[in-house]
Design a protein around this ligand. Structure first.
Ligand code: 4AD
Length: 431
């Protein structure tokens, strides 16, 4: 049998703490002390210290980091070793002795551009490993939440022909003899699907030709979107609170080690339980004016304003009732107060800001056509979307959640790029 087939996960070796064991992995750190070489070996589950006798394995001393190997020996409890256990090595299979590794994890942390250039390698770092595990838990928890609540998972197309979120950020794609676009949001397709399945969701990439590089914008991001028939703004906002609450609870349950490795303080996460803090746009303007922002009713709440709001409250905020002109054409206007829409955003605390955008949709065909024209758009471009309103239309609402932004906040990252394995922005399309 190939020696690596009999290896046990490093986490399992640490749990056992005694007896003979074989582990396999990559050399993560190396230190020589007198007659011994200490190799820290990592796999997907953890890190273990290998104690390698220099006399028997002279090649260990000059071994390059990230070389792959299989080691067999005896597990010994040692409080000074990471994980409290080390492996006293008796035999080694040098699977692949690597070239000098181009990343020094300690020195490189400050040079974020370099780490993006070598992202294909940097994914091996303990930090990226922790983030990728948190991402895994977040995506799993989103699917679990929707499925347990009776939502059907659906699969809208990525090639589309009409803008959902405005023409300015559409990516064009050559499509045989035509031009089509990459989707900015699956919303319109989810709106079609509620007439079949009533409660639907999807988790898929969305694309935006975002011209600016900010800490929270990518050109390709993961979008968790849902739509519910027979529902209003409040119903959608409550689902938003619940799904975030559920995801955070799951991460706190399963990913304490990773949060600790990232140095994430968890108090703000622990407070993110529904109900969130509900704040109307009108109230937000008042709060911001008191804080010294020169804002009038109708002004946009930009990134700085969002940040200031989130620092006022210790829970995520449901910011609702935006003026018509601040939100896309499909938002239903409040029949009691037509100048505002039945729309909401969810803002994450600690300065992170918007993670969800959603609301109630116009479900009357005539009202929709009028608003499309009022917004200077062409109803021809939205023919099938308008058609949905012609046959048994019902009140409905939904939202889109930026999953990378949610992971960014949960992980306490400074930049959205830090939580995506292969981030895409205006300058970066490789690796
Ligand atoms: O607020 P947005 O633009 O809303 C929509 O797309 C709706 N059609 C969704 C719906 O109702 N089904 O985007 C929703 C969320 C934002 O709150 C943000 O979290 C994320 O998507 N998002 C981005 N994340 C990363 N990079 C970008 N460029 C993003 N643009 C939006």
């Amino acid at each position: 049998m190939l020696p690596y087939k009999s290896a046990i996960p490093i986490a399992e070796a640490l749990r056992r703490g005694e007896g003979k064991a074989t582990v396999r992995g990559w050399v993560y750190r190396k230190r020589t002390l007198k007659e011994k070489v200490f190799l820290l070996l990592r796999d997907a589950t953890g890190v273990i210290q290998l104690v390698v006798p220099r006399a028997k394995f002279p090649e260990a001393e000059s071994l390059n980091l990230e070389s792959s190997l299989v080691a067999t020996g005896v597990l010994v409890r040692e409080p000074r070793a990471p994980g409290g256990v080390e492996l006293h090595v008796e035999s080694i299979d040098w699977v692949y002795v690597g070239e000098p590794y181009p990343i020094n994890e300690d020195a490189a942390v400050s040079d974020s551009e370099y780490l993006l250039d070598v992202r294909h390698l940097w994914l091996r770092s303990r930090k990226m490993q922790a983030i990728l595990k948190i991402r895994h838990t977040v995506f799993g928890a989103i699917h679990d939440y929707f499925r347990r609540r009776g939502f059907y998972e659906v699969h809208p197309p990525m090639f589309i022909t009409a803008a959902v979120e405005g023409g300015a950020t559409l990516f064009k794609v050559e499509y045989f003899d035509r031009t089509v676009y990459l989707t900015q949001s699956s919303q319109f397709y989810l709106e079609a699907l509620i007439y079949s399945l009533e409660k639907v969701y999807t988790v898929a990439p969305s694309f935006r030709a975002e011209p600016s590089r900010t800490r929270r914008h990518l050109t390709e991001f993961w979008h968790a979107e849902m739509e519910i028939a027979w529902a209003h703004m409040d119903d959608a906002a409550k689902v938003g609170e619940e799904v975030i609450g559920h995801v955070v609870e799951r991460v706190l349950d399963e990913r304490q080690d990773e949060l600790k490795l990232l140095g994430r303080k968890v108090e703000a996460l622990e407070r993110a339980k529904p109900p969130f803090h509900w704040l109307s746009y009108d109230e937000a303007i008042e709060v911001l004016r008191k804080k010294g922002f020169a804002l009038s009713w109708g002004d946009d709440i930009g990134a700085d304003e969002e940040r200031a709001l989130t620092l006022e409250f210790d829970k995520p905020i449901i910011l609702h009732g935006f003026p018509e002109k601040l939100k896309a054409f499909y938002h239903r206007n409040n029949p009691q107060r037509p100048e505002v829409t039945l729309s909401f955003d969810v803002l994450l605390p600690e300065g992170y800001g918007e993670v969800i955008g959603g609301g109630e949709r116009i479900y009357d065909a005539k009202e929709l056509v009028e608003k499309i024209i009022r917004f200077g758009l062409n109803p021809e471009d939205y023919q099938w979307y308008i058609d949905l309103r012609r046959y048994g239309s019902v009140p409905h609402a939904g939202f889109g959640l930026g999953v990378d932004r949610l992971v960014m906040w949960i992980a306490g990252a400074d930049h959205i790029r830090d939580v995506v394995p292969f981030p895409r922005d205006i300058r970066r399309t490789r690796p």
